[in-house]
Write a protein that binds this ligand. Structure first.
Ligand code: PLP
Length: 261
């Protein structure tokens, strides 16, 4: 039996809601075969990130080589990459293996404020990874950081930002509007010519840990099946909306989205 294969290159969340764990659960739910290369361990629970332990370049390279030299991947998602050196390695490996369907989630800061990407690594992300990305999936603070501008507050500003991020080299931009103050949850897909709005109702919950990871992982899973980008993003938006609707009140802080919703 064959199955679409998806690799996530990201950080581990011991609390099970974000990072590698969210990605693998999402891959499984969407009927794909999930694999992982762990860039950093985090000691984490619903109260926040208590420690970050980046892995060595050697260990990260060995994981990617092991997976791609044998099993291969129909799509690859990147999440927490932490440092410029890790970003450079990942970009080199993606080029070496001529990776297709690359989803770059430009993870920077956890909701509680913990650094998941060192400040000086943003340039490496822009110059090394965005030019080879199929799709990049920033939220509004991440988009603002990539462009060196203030955070967008309207759909018009989001459209302009998506166009500018597109100029950095990805084939598609999915700009996630969850941080907009009021109204529905609107995301925007820009394909180099026009923007498409994806809109769902805003779900009132504080339990949104792992939302970004899950959304990008769902896009990667759908791309691995050969879906076109518009369809992949549409399915991923439905998936994340249900995961938030059924989010879990576990632990005493911010609970995770429910991948098995
Ligand atoms: N921990 C890891 C390993 C992540 O990759 C991410 C997000 O990408 C987070 C934590 C962030 O989680 P939160 O949704 O709480 O900001």
């Amino acid at each position: 039996m064959t199955i679409p294969k998806v690799l996530t290159i990201a950080g581990s969340d011991s609390g099970g809601g974000a990072g590698i764990q969210a990605d693998l659960k999402t891959f499984q739910e969407l009927d794909t075969f999930g694999m992982s290369a762990i860039t950093a361990l985090t000691a984490q629970n619903t109260l926040g990130v208590h420690g970050v332990y980046p892995q060595t370049i050697e260990a990260i390279e060995a994981q990617i080589d092991a997976v791609l030299s044998d099993i291969g991947a129909d799509a690859i998602k990147t999440g927490m990459l932490f440092s410029a050196d890790i970003i450079k390695l990942v970009a080199r490996k993606l080029r070496q293996y001529e990776a297709k369907n690359i989803v770059v989630d430009p993870v920077m800061v956890a909701k509680g404020g913990a650094t998941l990407l060192q400040n000086e690594a943003t340039e490496a992300l822009i110059h090394e990874l965005l030019p080879i990305a199929t799709v990049v999936t920033p939220n509004l603070p991440e988009a603002a950081k990539l462009l060196g501008i203030k955070e967008m507050e309207t759909i018009e500003e989001m459209e302009a930002a998506a166009r500018d991020i597109y100029k950095l080299g990805p084939s598609y931009v999915v700009l996630k509007g969850g941080h907009l103050k009021n109204g529905p949850a609107v995301d925007l897909l820009f394909d180099g010519e026009r923007s498409y709005l994806l809109e769902t109702e805003r779900i009132d919950t504080k339990h949104t840990h792992g939302t970004g990871c899950t959304y990008a992982a769902a896009i990667a899973a759908e791309l691995s099946k050969g879906k076109a980008i518009k369809e992949a993003v549409h399915v991923a938006k439905q998936f994340i909306t249900e995961a938030i609707r059924h989010s879990l009140s576990i632990g005493s802080g911010i609970g995770p989205t429910n991948h098995h919703a």
